[in-house]
Design a binder for this molecule. Structure first.
Ligand code: UDP
Length: 239
């Protein structure tokens, strides 16, 4: 059976790495994420990973810390770099795969600068490319940059790995036992309903550029691999 996807970009939120603690990095959650990424890589699917950093700090926490928003966003972006290095460490500890970290804020001694064509070349050569520091600018989270990177790297889809949420539901599945998971969902409805899976700005760009998004539970073993093989897991969001 042919792989459904040739190239994907995966959005890993900080939450997906922090396990039940919600902050910092949980070794088991990190290990599981690395395993799932390697499963996709082993399929021969090119994979780029955009990492969040909300498990350390978020720009929207600026006021409660008495820190200006732009500075708070800088701190948030540095958190994404820590997650990227954690992930690189875990991946290289488990396999011989070539793993590259590319940052939107130059940090030459620990990572490469993000250069689109260089990232494409790494992917074509079979490297796992981890992209950190979002777009290197304040006033956004890593949601919008993950859509942007998926588009500029011409990925077939953006995979959105959530922890404890295996897709989009008609009502809160933690509260209602009869909640139904949507197999497919439209960006327009996602925007109108204020779906919290991604920032609205990310949905708007994805809709405009007709990017396909797959939302699935990262805790579900092998789901990332199955999504890449075209199996019906989680929810597919389309224009
Ligand atoms: N951030 C930023 N510019 C970017 C990407 C991220 O300023 O291009 C900051 C922003 O403060 C954000 C934080 O980095 O809150 C961490 O990213 P995010 O909140 O997306 O992490 P996640 O929720 O995915 O763990």
């Amino acid at each position: 059976m042919p792989n459904r996807f040739t190239r994907v970009v995966l959005k890993v939120s900080g939450e997906a790495l922090s396990g039940d603690a919600g902050t910092g990095v949980d070794p088991d959650a990190l290990d599981q994420m690395a395993q799932q990424i390697l499963q996709v890589h082993d399929l021969g699917v090119q994979i780029g990973v955009v990492v969040g950093g909300g498990n350390y700090f978020r720009g929207r926490m600026a006021d409660s810390w008495g820190i200006g928003r732009a500075e708070a966003d800088n701190i948030g972006m540095l958190g994404t770099v820590m997650n990227a290095l954690m992930l690189r460490g875990s991946l290289t500890g488990k396999s011989d795969a070539d793993v590259r970290v590319m940052t939107a804020i130059p940090m030459q001694s620990i990572a490469e600068p993000f250069i689109r064509l260089r990232a494409v070349r790494h992917l074509k050569h079979g490297a796992i490319v981890i992209m950190a520091a979002g777009i290197g600018q304040p006033y956004v989270t890593t949601d919008y940059p993950s859509v942007q990177r998926a588009l500029e790297l011409e990925a077939d889809a953006l995979l959105v790995a959530k922890r404890g949420v295996d897709g989009v539901y008609d009502k809160d599945p933690n509260v209602h036992t009869d909640a139904r998971r949507y197999r497919r969902f439209g960006y327009r409805e996602a925007i109108d309903k204020g779906l919290e899976i991604m920032d609205t700005s990310a949905f708007v760009l994805a809709e405009e550029q007709k990017l396909v998004m797959h939302v699935f539970d990262v805790a579900g073993d092998g789901l990332m691999r199955r999504a890449c093989l075209g199996e019906d897991v989680g929810t597919t969001i389309t224009a």
